[in-house]
Design a protein around this ligand. Sequence first.
Ligand code: NAP
Ligand code: MN
Length: 267
Amino acid sequence: MKVSIYSNNGQSSRKVAAALHRGLTAGGVEIDSLNPDIVVTVGGDGTLLSAFHHYTDRLDKIRFVGIHTGHLGFYTDWRDYEVNDLIQSLVQDNGQSVSYPLLTIQVDYADGTQSDQALALNESTIKKVSGTMVADVYIKGEFFESFRGDGLCISTPTGSTAYNKSVGGAVINPRFNAIQMAEIASINNLVFRTLGSPLIIPDDEWIRIEPTESAGNVLMCDQLSIEGRPVKAITYRIAQQRISFAEYRHTHFWQRVETSFIGRERP
Ligand code: NAP
Ligand code: MN
C-alpha cells in the first residue's frame, strides 16, 4: 500500500506529518505522493479540500484520511495526538471505506469557446461582488425563477455544513445523494420574486443558472475561482464520481454536527 502525506505549512502540522512519515516507513508502508492508494491530509478541512483538488483525476483509486491540527473538522476526524493509532490502522488496512457525493459543474462561455468541467467537494458559488447579480434559474430544463441578489450557492451534502450553512441552507446527512441550492441575499419585493428558501434536488435532476450579464460574476469551485471568460450558463449535477474515505472508525454524522456547532455541556 502507498500513502501520500499532504500537509499544510503550519508548524504543528509539519511535526505531525514528520511523525506520520517515520511511523509509516517503520511499519513497511511506502510513501508515494504520485500514485498513492491513501492520501492522509494534515491540517484542516481546507487542507483536505486542497488535497481533493490535487488528486481529482485519481478519485476512483484513492481513499482519504484527515488529521486535524486545529479544531475538529468535517473531513478531518483524527486528532494530532492519535497519530500512532492511525499508523496502526494504516499498516493493518483492509480497504474499509465510505464514499460521499460530489458536485459537477459545467461552464458554458458567452463567446462559444470550449466549455469547462470541474468537480467540487463542498460547493460552487456564483456571485457578483459589485452590483446585483441577475440570473435565470432552470431546474431539469424548466424555467424556475429569475434571481436577483448577491449570488447562489450550490453545495454537496458534506459541503452543507460549510458556506451553505452560513447562508441559511439545511445541513444534509451525506448518505443522501442530493445537491442543494441556497440563496445569498436575494432581493424579494413586489417586483422581484425568488423561492426565498433553500431547495434540494435528487440525482436525476440538474440546475442551470444563466446570468443575464455575462461579465462581472465570480464563479467559485470550493476555494478556487474559475477565472476568465464571460459565462453564459453554469450547469450543476450530482457527479458520477464520489470521494472515498478510509473508514477505520465511524463517527455518527449528527454527533459531529453537534460537536462542531453546538458543543453544549451535556446534562
Ligand atoms: P476557510 O476560510 O478556512 O474556510 C472557512 C471555514 O469553513 C473554516 O473554518 C473551514 O474549516 C470550514 N470548512 C471548510 N469545509 C467545511 C465543511 N465541509 N463543513 C464545515 N466547515 C467547513 O477557507 P478554506 O479552508 O479554504 O475552505 C474553503 C471553504 O470555505 C469553501 O468551500 C466554503 O465552504 C467556505 N467558505 C465559507 C464562507 C462563509 O461561510 N461565509 C465564505 C467563503 C468560503 P478549517 O478551518 O478546518 O479549514
Ligand atoms: Mn481553512
